[in-house]
Design a protein around this ligand. Structure first.
Ligand code: ZN
Ligand code: ZN
Length: 609
């Protein structure tokens, strides 16, 4: 790492690369589309620091190298960073933010460099305000200094073939989606919408790719104007099938251009259109600054809400994919019980088996995120990812937490179950039951249409709070339909308001996760996660109220429950849930000839007395 750091430092002084010698250079995790998961060629922060977590920002100065990351990654970062690096634990008392540290440590008149194509406008504003007050200049650096140091060793950008998603999965043609967007443009007096998020491009055109692991996405931008639809993508990714699907070259068809041409087209359109240019503050500073403020419409992208509220076909697809996914997970849980005593099961071999079982399901594409397969104390590491060298052996003595999901052509899944393969302790049972009570309270809540997720987050925590316990993560995130496992603009969490892209209120047709947990450092972790769909419900006096229905159908282990802590309503919720699991997944298992697994499912879904 030392050589790489020296390389960056010499670039920072090289005025052929930077507009002026830099006192500091900021290296974010983001790619040019602000994706959550990134391709290997975009793992610049990992290249320079060695830290592999999904969130964190590095800063290199002449004498320091620092990495800011959040609570999920303190342990991992402290293990992965070498002696050249200082770990800045975000949120810990006395730890300044990145911009506050720069403002305090650098002398007046210093220059701080950043890559405007990798920094969102929102982040840019946050940095520039703090640095301006301290008399420090924030300079855009268009040659990425990490790429210069990385040189020929840098992996090339993936350029895989695309898949056309037929109407039987998408439910709506791309032409109809363009009409929907143009309606919204009319209401907003916008002549152009700039689409930068990869899942929005994929959703819009009913296309899927495989450029980024776990996410069925491809590198592209789109611009929708009142007359035209332009797609910016590398030509090699466009097969004859895809071109035909896009009606390329035909009247009313999509016009395709090179991936790199998106910003020049945006500049040209800004000068030629009458109305506003719709572009969210979540897009890069480089693109955002092309559009003058007076011409800009900076509100939530019209695609975000259209994509989050699933149509009937997508809702059905999500339900079907969850039944097949549940069948794979039930077989896995049954298999664990039969294998555990052999003593050869560890966190990695177990996760591999689960992947194998999922991959046998029809329309399976890939995992939707790296499986969290954790035994005993590893369950308390919230974003744990097992590696063969340190994988823990599964045993009857420890709780096992497994958070996993798949991508299917008709839906995306994300499910966590915590089980005991032996006899859980009283404390473990009590904690599990409190988590389950919170899970049920959130899922069965009735709330007004368009209630913000932040207003109902506490429902999932109240039972734990009553016992003086809590968990340090959000309660729920949006889920895509054969798209990203984490998608906005809605979420359920205490800080939903702090992340503008995830604070949209809940509406019927949205999918969210319901995933409270409890973690005891060094001992065990518990999480119960279902994907649920927001649906309209009847109430005695009012109308327009919503509730949630579980879409995940995997039994919750009753061995882990302390029945005396449950109310009659909670018991009836569990019994009803388990009868749904038995009915839908049981039928599917029966049809697939999995009699042993079906017997296991019948046993696991026995009603509570
Ligand atoms: Zn999950
Ligand atoms: Zn989740």
């Amino acid at each position: 790492m030392e050589k790489r750091l020296e390389g960056v430092r010499s670039c920072m002084r090289d005025t052929k690369l930077v507009p002026a010698p830099l006192s500091a250079f900021i290296i974010p995790t983001d790619d040019a589309h602000q994706s959550e998961y990134i391709a290997d060629c975009d793992k610049r922060r990992e290249f320079i620091s060695g830290f592999t977590g999904s969130a964190g920002t590095a800063v290199v100065t002449a004498d320091h190298a620092l990495l800011w990351t959040d609570g999920r990654y303190f342990l991992q970062a402290s293990q992965q960073l070498d002696g050249n690096w200082t770990l800045m634990k975000m949120g810990n008392p006395g730890v300044p933010s990145l911009e506050a540290w720069l403002a305090k440590e650098l002398p007046l008149g210093s220059k701080v460099g950043f890559d405007p194509s990798l920094t969102s406008e929102l982040t840019f504003k946050q940095y520039s305000q703090a640095l301006e007050c301290a008399g420090i200049d924030l300079l855009p650096v268009t040659t990425n200094l990490i790429d210069v140091v990385w040189g020929g060793e840098k992996p090339s950008r993936p350029c895989n073939q695309l898949m056309v998603l037929p109407i039987k999965y998408s439910g709506r043609s791309w032409q109809d989606k363009v009409c929907d967007i143009r309606e919204k443009m009319k209401d907003a007096n916008a002549s152009v919408v700039m689409v930068t998020a990869l899942d929005e491009v994929a959703w819009l055109f009913n296309l899927r790719g495989s450029d980024i692991e776990y996410n069925p996405l491809f590198f592209a931008y789109a611009i929708i104007s009142t007359e035209e639809v332009r797609l910016f993508i590398r030509e090699e990714q466009l097969s004859p099938d895809v071109l035909e699907h896009l009606c390329a070259g035909k009247e009313g068809g999509v016009k395709t251009f090179p991936y790199e041409a998106a910003s020049s087209h945006l500049s040209q359109l800004v000068g030629s259109v009458e109305g506003k240019v719709w572009l969210s503050g979540k897009s890069s500073h480089a693109l955002y600054s092309i559009v003058p403020s007076a011409k800009k419409k900076d509100i939530l992208s019209p695609i975000q809400l259209l994509k989050a509220i699933k149509n009937e076909t997508e809702i059905q697809g999500m339900r079907y994919s969850h039944i097949r996914d549940a069948a794979a997970l039930c077989e896995y849980l049954w298999w664990l019980e039969t294998e555990v005593d052999k003593g050869e099961l560890n966190e990695v071999t177990a996760a591999d088996k689960l992947e194998e079982l999922r991959s046998e399901q029809p329309d399976y594409v890939s995992l939707s995120f790296p499986t969290i397969s954790s035994s005993g104390p590893n369950g308390a590491v919230i974003h744990y990812r097992p590696i063969p060298a340190t994988a823990r052996t599964l045993s009857r003595a420890e709780l096992y937490l497994c958070d996993s999901g798949g991508q299917y052509k008709d839906g995306t899944t994300d499910v966590t179950r915590t089980i005991s393969l032996g006899s859980p302790s009283q404390k473990e049972k009590e904690c599990f039951t409190l988590v389950l009570k919170g899970h049920i309270a959130l899922c069965s809540a009735v709330f007004p249409n368009k209630t913000a997720g932040s207003r109902i987050d506490a429902l999932a925590r109240l039972p734990l709070w009553g016992a003086g316990l809590d968990y340090k993560h959000g309660t729920g995130h949006g889920v895509g339909a054969f798209l990203n496992v984490h998608e906005g603009p809605q979420s359920i969490g205490t800080k939903a308001g702090a992340q503008p892209r995830y604070s949209e209120p809940l509406q019927a047709g949205m999918f969210v996760s319901d995933e409270p947990g409890y973690y005891e450092d060094g001992k065990f972790g518990i999480r119960i996660e279902n994907v649920v769909v927001v649906v309209p419900t009847e109430t005695k006096y009012g109308s327009g109220y919503l509730t949630m229905e579980p879409v995940t159908l995997v039994p919750i282990q009753m061995k882990m429950v302390e029945p005396s802590l449950l109310t009659a309503d909670e018991i009836s919720w569990i019994n009803h849930y388990h009868s749904e699991c038995l009915d839908k997944v049981g039928n599917y298992l029966g049809d697939s000839g999995k009699t042993e697994v079906l017997k296991w499912l019948q046993r696991e879904t026995q009603p509570l007395g």
